[in-house]
Design a protein around this ligand. Structure first.
Ligand code: SAH
Ligand code: SF4
Ligand code: F3S
Length: 440
């Protein structure tokens, strides 16, 4: 049987897509290999959120080219968001790529591979939008305890820095029935936790007269399902109904990844984020009023075109005021066909690279303090942890998460295993994780 290796760059969406690719390929008898050197088919699933992500893909392609030269007959396929953005262009420049496909036609992968093999011709197929009905595909999971479940694809916002709407298309919700049966299947296989996935997950259902809150209720009582999370949210769609539903449903984890992007009204306006700092604060207050221990996490961009020193400092001040539990920060990177990309080309608006670097260092230092403070709140408390796997740094320790999403490491004893819920007394905290020991 031929085998295949998939390298996945980018976000959870891509990770979930790679699991689908493996499922689809199994239908034409491909098995997965974990050694790139042995692979008959090498797939690179790419990201293009920032220039750095695209650069990573290009340098990886260079490696694949060398491998292909030493392994006659091996094939290379380019997938994901960078392929969707400019796969045709890339294939022209790098003719050793056999197959290019995008984010809207994953289901076509087996046919494209077979066609390339049969004809010896390069294949490039990119759909501008998803098919009318989202194709249901087989999935081969890469995890055992927690699983990703796509619930909505695409994004209808137009944040001025972002390329995602171009490469992931318009929002399309999966039907609740399909989602439920996927989760029932997962539970039958022993999974305990699902993360409902979408670029804009809080818009779930708006196109089919449903809502994320109604989906949470609909799947909640699946026997054997223990925890439900969702990501990524947009503040605009986090309403009282959703907050109340998470607070009320025992299996819905108190975890909200709702990127704020900037803590300054003028910057938010120019980013077209459609909320103000006050709106975000009110949302956080409502969440914490109902769920004081909720984990609230965010992404931030520094150095967006036109961002002044004062506006940047507003962001830092508000980060401290809100007190996040985790944050991903990035320097603004211009993307093509976006308003931000045009503004970046204007020397009056572009924030110089050195200043971007200074700002990200300063924001990260601010965040370290903020996260440390939030982590400290866990000290001496007993947390319910779902064991996911052995800690990657130390095989004698387990890694799991609190309900609020904090990573927690603690020494193994004997009887417990991944998938178990254990009680852990937190004895040490750091900005990004907790340490502790099991208690009975
Ligand atoms: N749909 C999600 C996440 C989008 S992409 C949301 O709305 O928040 C993930 C993160 O990448 C974003 O939250 C943003 O912080 C960052 N990002 C997106 N475009 C970027 C760009 N051009 N430069 C730097 N960071 C960017
Ligand atoms: Fe990009 Fe904005 Fe859509 Fe998120 S909400 S994917 S940042 S356009
Ligand atoms: Fe990157 Fe595409 Fe995700 S651009 S961040 S892999 S949606």
């Amino acid at each position: 049987m031929p085998n295949c290796y998939i390298e996945t760059l980018g976000c959870q969406m891509n990770k979930a897509d790679s699991e689908r690719m493996l499922g689809l390929l199994s239908e034409i008898n491909y098995t997965e290999t974990k050694t790139l050197q042995d692979a008959d088919l090498m797939i690179l699933n790419t990201c293009t959120i920032r220039e750095g992500a695209a650069d990573k893909a290009y340098s990886y392609l260079g490696r694949l080219r060398q491998l292909k030269e030493s392994r006659p007959g091996a094939m290379i396929a380019l997938a994901g968001c960078l392929a969707q953005e400019k796969g045709q262009e890339i294939q022209k420049r790098m003719p050793y790529i056999d197959v290019v496909f995008g984010t809207n036609n994953l289901h076509r992968l087996p046919d494209l591979i077979l066609e390339a093999q049969k004809t010896g011709q390069k294949q490039c197929e990119l759909f501008e939008n998803l098919p009318e009905e989202i194709p249901e595909t087989p999935i081969i999971r890469q995890t055992t305890v927690t699983a990703w479940v796509n619930v909505i694809l695409g994004c209808n916002f137009n944040c001025t820095y972002c390329i995602v709407p171009q490469v992931r298309g318009r929002e399309k919700s999966r039907s609740p029935e399909f989602i439920k049966s996927e989760i029932e299947q997962l539970v039958a296989e022993g999974f305990k936790e699902v993360t409902l996935l979408g670029q804009n997950v809080t818009a779930y259902g708006l196109d089919i007269d449903k809502s994320l809150a109604s989906l949470l209720r609909y799947i909640h009582d699946i026997p054997g399902l223990e925890r439900i999370r969702f990501l990524t949210g947009h503040p605009y769609h986090v309403d009282d109904e959703l907050i109340d539903t998470v607070a009320e449903l025992p299996k819905a984890c108190e975890y909200f990844h709702i990127p704020m992007q900037a803590g300054d009204d003028e910057t938010l306006r120019r980013m077209a984020r459609v909320y103000k700092v006050d709106d975000y604060m009110r949302m956080v207050d409502k969440i914490r009023a109902k769920m004081p221990r909720a984990g609230i996490t965010s992404d931030f961009i520094v150095g967006f075109p036109g961002e002044t020193e004062e506006q940047f400092l507003n962001t830092c001040k508000n980060v401290e005021k809100i007190g996040f539990d985790a944050c991903i920060t990035a320097m603004y990177s211009p993307r093509r066909n976006t308003p931000g990309g045009k503004w970046e080309a204007d020397p009056k608006l572009k924030v110089p690279d050195e200043i971007k670097q200074e700002r990200i260092r300063y924001l990260n230092a601010t965040l370290d303090n903020v996260l440390e403070k939030r982590s400290k709140l866990y000290l001496n408390s007993v947390e319910e942890i779902l064991i996911e796997n052995a800690s990657s740094r130390n095989q004698k320790m387990w890694m799991g998460r609190t309900r609020a999403g904090k990573i927690c490491n603690f020494p193994k004893r004997a009887a417990e295993a991944p998938g178990d819920f254990v009680k852990v007394l937190i004895t040490e905290t750091s900005p990004w994780s907790l340490k502790g020991e099991m208690v009975d």
